[in-house]
Write a protein that binds this ligand. Structure first.
Ligand SMILES: Cc1cc2nc3c(=O)[nH]c(=O)nc-3n(C[C@H](O)[C@H](O)[C@H](O)COP(=O)(O)O)c2cc1C
Length: 186
């Protein structure tokens, strides 16, 4: 069984340590790449056909509208064949204290029954918010393992924390640790 790292992230203007900064790579994408290095899993960006604006205020309005009206954005390249995957690392930024609607759309488009989900989130102030509760409601047949929330502006310097979180959970199948690119203490 393989490992998938499905994540939603957005470059452009965003909150960063109390200021608005323009990011060339979104914080959750940085975290996803770190998870990939330590798991050897396949990266799967969750991409809305119409991305939210790179302008912060416009993005706030668009995403709030989708959330309040329960609009599921169309995703490119979805659904994907998840049959070979046993563990899904699911990465997302905290939007309005919950999952961004592109992530909800991804979850609605796939049957995750029997999969292990390891959620990770980046945020500005409120950690996971109530996204874990919402994730459990959206994926009743999946096993949601303990997640990791990292403040967006710190994500690049938290590689060690992410690596420890990845390796703390027992691997469910025959992946030898030699297959993993554990780079700590190297
Ligand atoms: C539309 C929107 C809503 C957000 N809502 C929250 C929130 O409720 N709580 C929070 O701590 N951060 C919130 N943030 C900040 C993001 O979670 C944070 O900047 C995150 O690291 C961005 O990840 P990304 O660069 O991968 O998109 C919000 C950001 C945006 C754009």
């Amino acid at each position: 069984m393989k490992t998938l790292i499905a994540y939603y992230s957005r470059a452009g203007e965003n909150l960063s340590d109390g200021n608005i900064r323009t990011l060339t790579v979104g914080y959750t994408e940085i975290a996803a790449r770190i998870v990939q290095r330590y798991t050897g899993g396949d990266l799967c960006p969750i991409r809305p056909v119409r991305p939210y604006s790179e302008n912060f205020c416009e993005c706030m309005n668009q995403s709030k509208q989708d959330l309040s009206r329960n609009i599921l954005p169309h995703l490119s390249g979805t659904p994907i064949d998840l049959s070979g995957y046993g563990v899904i690392y699911l990465g997302y930024p905290n939007y309005w204290n919950t999952l961004p609607m592109p992530v909800v759309a991804f979850l609605e488009a796939h049957d995750l029954t029997g999969k292990i989900i390891r959620p990770f989130c980046t945020y500005e102030i409120s950690g996971f918010g109530h996204s874990i509760r919402d994730l459990k409601r959206l994926c009743p047949g999946a096993e949601i393992r303990e997640g990791l929330a990292v403040r967006g502006a710190r994500v690049a310097s938290e590689e060690e924390t992410i690596a420890e979180w990845v390796s703390a959970d027992p691997l469910p199948w025959n992946i030898s640790t030699n297959d993993l690119r554990i780079r700590r203490n190297v």
